[in-house]
Write a protein that binds this ligand. Structure first.
Ligand code: NAI
Ligand code: MG
Length: 573
């Protein structure tokens, strides 16, 4: 592109308003001619008479305007269809500058792209310049882009405004690509930093791109329900081209039996590097066989702590077909759809000091401590507000502000985040004892509940009864966004290892399967597949599939693997 600094030459005025690009260049000329030939057809309908002879009256045909480089035009110049050819025609005719009160937007973009300077001046100024062009002995004018001034035929100096980026590009003769290339060194620096920050965007082979899933079935019914998860996962990989690397490690008593330790270094490394962990359950009477020093660590809590899984999402949704499985009346439960956002990495489960001491008089004293920092409350509050924005836009924060210092602190901090960052989300506050009551009195009032670790643990088991069974409730736990853009994540059913039914093949696999759906949604970014799995579960339930926990005593029911069969049979888009 030829740079523009100063243009000095003949001006010509065609000040009709709304000159359309169709007038500047007729449509049939677009295909017939190359850009540099289009000048011959500029203003074709007005420049030529019906017999093809030039119209002597038209300003461009007048000898005094021959060789014009500046066009002075009326308002909304270059409106109409967005053809770039209009600009090419003007330039091939010889124009370098168009001055008008206003321009068609796309015409103006195209002008800058091609090195044609467009200048907007007030309509009365345009009229004066047009008069001067008619009256001056020689219709000469100067446009100085560097100084941003026009010298009119009468010698007046008129200043004009122009976008500084556009001005620079015209002075340097750069189109948009040229402008971008000018920043090439800075783009390189950004890109090198970005490779570090978001490496997955730069991986090329399928193997490099695949997400790493780690399956830890764990204790009790954990391994039974995770069999269901593995089969649904296999279906997704086969039928939906889900591209993930899946690895399984024994966990809990299974790890003890296989390796003589509850946690091998290799498993711990995989836990740290996985994109997502699909977890079954922990807990078994068999731990009594292990030496006490070996079982001191609770490895589930240790995972939550080391991965900083502070955000625990527990959706609770009533399924119409299961209304009779709930101990609550159908009219109370119908339509319930809420998410409990539980803080999972702080509070009394982790607070120091903790322990049991023996007092001088031989009696004992037990201590646990609820600890929360501003940062911890703020980040879980943000999780809840963000989630509410994708739902009904209501957050209920639950605390015990009337009695506990930490409760009042929690309330103030959540309210502060809401006021400052989420004015569009409705906040309410509730004491935890009242919330427990409201969950069974009128659970439909809730959209998003946000609460601390211990309260969330208790309230979510309570809310489980809305769905009829703990065996229906999935959960997702996520850590903060790391420097490389990833978030550690662990997906597990809300229920535990259910030792009372372990080994019988009667556990409900749905909580675990719906946890996989949450993994598809939140870690794997496969929302369509998440919905597919959720709908398959709902269809199976509607069609009457029931595990024992969903039936009345004495009725027939499906085994864990039969229930999985029924869900897989409903998996189709
Ligand atoms: P639990 O959730 O294991 O069982 C509570 C009741 O729900 C039991 O009657 C059980 O049979 C039933 N149930 C649970 N999951 C079921 C399913 N999928 N299908 C049908 N019925 C189901 O809680 P509990 O009994 O308090 O604890 C048992 C063990 O699990 C303990 O060692 C506890 O520490 C551990 N636990 C582990 C958790 C985890 O791994 N995240 C969470 C809660 C408890
Ligand atoms: Mg619990």
């Amino acid at each position: 592109m030829t740079p523009i600094t100063t243009v000095r030459g003949i001006g010509v005025a065609v000040t009709r308003a709304n000159i359309d690009t169709d007038v500047l260049i007729r449509i049939n000329r677009l295909i017939e001619h190359s850009p540099d030939e289009l000048g011959a057809y500029l203003f074709e309908p007005w420049r030529f008479l019906p017999d093809g002879q030039p119209d002597a009256e038209f300003p461009l045909n007048q000898p005094r305007h021959e060789g014009a480089v500046v066009l002075v035009a009326g308002e909304n110049f270059g409106c109409g269809s967005s053809r770039e050819h209009a600009v090419w025609a003007l330039m091939s005719f010889g124009f370098r500058v168009v001055i008008a009160p206003s321009f068609g937007d796309i015409f103006r973009q195209n002008s800058f792209q091609n090195g044609l300077l467009t200048i907007a001046l007030p309509a009365d100024e345009i009229d004066r310049i047009a008069t001067e062009l008619d009256e001056a002995g020689e219709p000469m004018m100067t446009v100085d882009l560097e100084g941003q001034v026009v010298t009119t035929p009468a010698g007046r100096i008129v200043e004009f405004e122009i976008d500084p980026g556009r001005r620079r590009a015209l002075l340097d003769g750069l189109d948009d690509i040229g402008v971008t290339l000018m920043y090439a060194p800075r783009i390189d620096v950004f890109e090198q930093a970005d490779v570090q920050r978001r490496p997955w965007n730069y991986r090329t082979t399928d193997e490099e791109r695949a997400m790493q899933l780690l399956i830890l079935p764990g204790d009790g019914v954990g391994s039974e329900v995770m069999d269901g998860v593995k089969r649904v996962l296999a279906w997704l990989r086969e039928d939906r081209d889900l591209d993930v690397d899946v690895h399984e490690e024994p966990f809990g008593m299974a790890a003890w039996r296989a390796h003589g330790t509850l946690m091998t270094d290799e498993t711990w490394e995989r836990i740290q590097s996985a994109d997502a962990i699909l977890f079954g359950a922990i807990g078994s009477p068999e731990y009594a066989q292990i030496p006490p020093e070996q079982r001191r660590v609770d490895w589930l809590l240790e995972m939550r702590r080391s991965l900083d899984l502070y955000e625990n999402l527990r959706p609770v949704r009533a399924i119409d077909a299961l209304l009779d499985a709930s101990t609550l009346r159908p009219e109370v439960v119908r339509g319930v759809d809420m998410v409990i956002v539980r803080e999972l990495a702080g509070g009394v489960y982790f607070g120091q000091p903790r322990g049991v001491e023996t007092l001088p008089d031989g009696t004992r004293r037990a201590v646990n401590t609820i600890v929360y920092t501003t940062r911890e409350v703020e980040r879980i509050a943000r999780s809840a507000f963000e989630l509410a924005r994708t739902r009904q836009g209501r957050v209920c924060s639950v605390d015990k502000a009337n009695v506990l210092e930490f409760g009042a602190f929690w309330r103030e901090t959540v309210q502060g985040i809401g006021d400052n960052e989420y004015p569009d989300v409705e906040i309410s506050h509730m004491y935890v004892d009242n919330c427990a009551m409201q969950l069974v009195r009128d659970p439909r009032q809730f959209d998003v509940i946000v609460t601390e670790n211990l309260f969330g643990d208790i309230l979510s088991d309570c809310a489980a009864m809305v769905t009829g069974s703990l065996g229906m409730l999935p959960s997702a736990s996520r850590g903060p966004v790391k420097a490389d853009g990833r978030r550690a994540a662990l997906y597990e059913p809300v229920h535990g290892s259910a030792p009372d039914i372990a080994g019988q093949g009667v556990a409900n696999p749905i909580a675990a399967i719906l946890s996989l759906a949450m993994c598809l949604r939140y870690t794997l970014d496969r929302v369509n597949d998440a919905v597919l799995v959720e709908q398959a579960v709902e269809r199976a339930i509607v069609a009457g599939a029931r595990t024992r926990d969903l039936t009345q005593p004495g009725s027939t029911f499906l085994s864990t693997s039969e229930m999985t069969d029924r869900v897989i049979a409903e998996l189709h888009p």
